[in-house]
Write a protein that binds this ligand. Structure first.
Ligand SMILES: Nc1nc2c(ncn2[C@@H]2O[C@H](COP(=O)(O)OP(=O)(O)O)[C@@H](O)[C@H]2O)c(=O)[nH]1
Ligand SMILES: [Mg+2]
Length: 211
């Protein structure tokens, strides 16, 4: 059976405009969600690198698009090892306007620009707190992304805060509310629960656009 991991993660660059996006054709996996949903924690956990993306108790801090370079590695006894370079892209959180209305508008503008105009985006992970599957703000984000035709992977975060039966019930709810090509996945950044299925999924998506 194949195993997956993410290696060599490092900060690459920051952008707020299209002309600041990295050059070249390295595939990108982006992460989006409400402020405080656990985006930075997820990126750190996936990369096994605590201080990579900043984790904050105070929501609304990340106001730029941050790129981290890394490689997805697949290892299989028979087929050997395969490495796919990619970027993890940490997008600003939505739904929290600590710095006032104008900033909030600006966030959505450059999130929108990235999502619709980044040529290397191959999948966007939409993070939803698994305890709260039906928030209006997440529904709005999903509706907008789905209508823009963005390839989505729904990730239910903070899964360690739920019992197994609640986890399954809320995952089913996520699949109903936010349908996409592939089923929603539960993840705990605290315990790294859910790493295998998510890493496999991302590997397959990145492989599909790699040459
Ligand atoms: N129990 C638990 N807490 C988490 C998890 N992921 C994030 N958190 C906590 O949620 C808060 C916000 O996390 P952060 O990654 O900064 O969220 P971001 O604003 O979406 O980047 C922090 O206090 C984290 O420690 C998780 O999987 N389990
Ligand atoms: Mg963050």
């Amino acid at each position: 059976m194949a195993s997956y991991d993410i290696i060599k993660a490092a900060y690459a660059t920051t952008a707020v405009r299209r002309d600041q996006y990295p050059e070249g054709n390295v595939p990108e996996v982006a992460f989006l969600g409400r402020s405080n949903v656990g985006k930075s924690s997820l990126i750190n956990s996936l990369c096994n690198h605590r201080g990579l993306a900043r984790v904050s108790g105070a929501p609304g801090k990340t106001q730029t698009i941050n790129y981290f370079s890394a490689a997805l590695r697949r290892r299989d006894e028979e087929e050997g090892e395969q490495r796919l370079p990619f970027y993890l892209v940490d997008l600003p959180g939505y739904g929290f306007a600590k710095t006032g209305g104008r900033n909030r508008d600006m966030w959505s503008a450059f999130i929108g620009e990235y999502v619709t105009q980044s040529p290397n985006l191959c999948v966007l992970c939409l993070l939803v707190d698994l305890r709260h599957p039906g928030l209006a703000i997440d529904q709005q984000a999903y509706d907008w992304l789905a209508s823009a035709g963005v390839p989505l992977q729904i990730v239910g975060t903070k899964a360690d805060k739920l019992k197994a039966n609640e986890k399954n019930r809320n995952l089913a709810q996520l699949n109903k509310l936010f349908p996409s090509d592939r089923p929603a996945l539960a993840y705990s950044s605290l315990k790294r629960d859910g790493f295998g299925p998510l890493a496999k999924n991302l590997f397959e998506r990145v492989l599909a656009v790699s040459r």
